[in-house]
Design a protein around this ligand. Structure first.
Ligand SMILES: NC(=O)c1ccc[n+]([C@@H]2O[C@H](COP(=O)([O-])OP(=O)(O)OC[C@H]3O[C@@H](n4cnc5c(N)ncnc54)[C@H](O)[C@@H]3O)[C@@H](O)[C@H]2O)c1
Length: 258
């Protein structure tokens, strides 16, 4: 098959959770630009609709849906409505993240809240989406973790800023997600479904100059990630061009951790 056809997402239905967030918007845009039919989810419909109409006005196929992965009922309703409306699911991009914990000494209840969404709810949703992909006949799951799920924090990046009080939940659940990816790949052997993980580095978001200077000095490419950087990788993993990539974690950090 021609490589352009391998990379095309035409006819594929793809869910991106947290599609109105920083990396979420990049993922929605890239997957829709590759001709996928993309469902962008948010906890509130207005936010998903805003994202969908922004991309819809560029001629992209983006549909808004409501989902709060912290609640089993919401996950169940989403699964049902998704199947009723689209009748298939080819790829699931597990991107949403909740950030209730603000630092190392934050109340332990904030850790529990993080686990409710980022661990319990995430696994609930992952299992439901996996079932739909298998019912469709196969496809791809892309988990979005972080380079912070692969290593401890480099506190020198935060010198000269007030950003250095990093919460433990983020390191915990992102690391878990990387190995959950391998677990799912093995558990679903023989069902024509692939599970991969992308572990990105930091996306430029107008961070304080001191942080940018500290961070970018260590990146061989001398910059943070930009919105286009994750698109091609997501398209590769969602498409038939990535048909033999399974159980993998791909670090996308400009060489920072090389
Ligand atoms: N931003 C970065 O620099 C960066 C770096 C490395 C990895 N990541 C990873 O990228 C992914 C997205 O991060 P981001 O920075 O774009 O986050 P973000 O905070 O900008 O967006 C997260 C999205 O998740 C949604 N969300 C929160 N709670 C939810 C719930 N209960 N149910 C459903 N959706 C919920 C939010 O509404 C939001 O749209 C995460 O997996 C994160 O670990 C981000």
């Amino acid at each position: 098959m021609h490589v352009k056809d391998l990379l095309s997402l035409k006819g594929k239905v793809i869910v991106v959770t947290g599609g109105s967030g920083l990396y979420g918007k990049c993922l929605v845009e890239g997957l829709a630009e590759a001709d996928g039919t993309v469902i962008t989810t948010s906890r509130n419909l207005a936010s998903a609709e805003k994202t969908a109409s922004e991309f819809g006005s560029k001629g992209l196929q983006v549909h808004p849906m409501v989902l709060d992965q912290g609640f089993t009922d919401s996950v169940e309703n989403f699964r049902k409505e998704l199947w009723e409306r689209f009748g298939r699911l080819d790829a699931f991009v597990n991107n949403a993240v909740s950030r209730p914990m603000k630092g190392y000494r934050a109340p332990i209840a904030a850790f529990e809240e993080s686990m409710r969404v980022n661990a319990t709810g995430m696994v609930d949703l992952l299992r439901e989406m996996t079932d739909l992909i298998i019912k469709t006949g196969g496809g791809s799951v892309i988990n979005i973790s972080s380079m912070m799920g692969m290593k401890g924090p480099d506190l020198s990046n935060y010198e000269g800023t007030d950003m250095g009080d990093l919460p433990p939940d983020y390191f915990f659940h992102n690391a878990g997600l990387i190995n959950l990816t391998r677990y799912m790949a093995k558990m679903h052997a023989g069902k024509n479904i692939r599970f991969n993980c992308i572990s990105p580095g930091g996306l430029f978001n107008h961070q304080p100059q001191a942080f940018l200077d500290n961070y970018c000095r260590k990146v061989p490419l001398r910059r943070m990630a930009n919105p286009d950087d994750i698109k091609g990788l997501a398209v590769l993993l969602a498409s038939d061009a990535g048909a033999y990539i399974n159980g993998e974690n791909i670090l996308m950090d400009g060489g920072l951790n090389a």
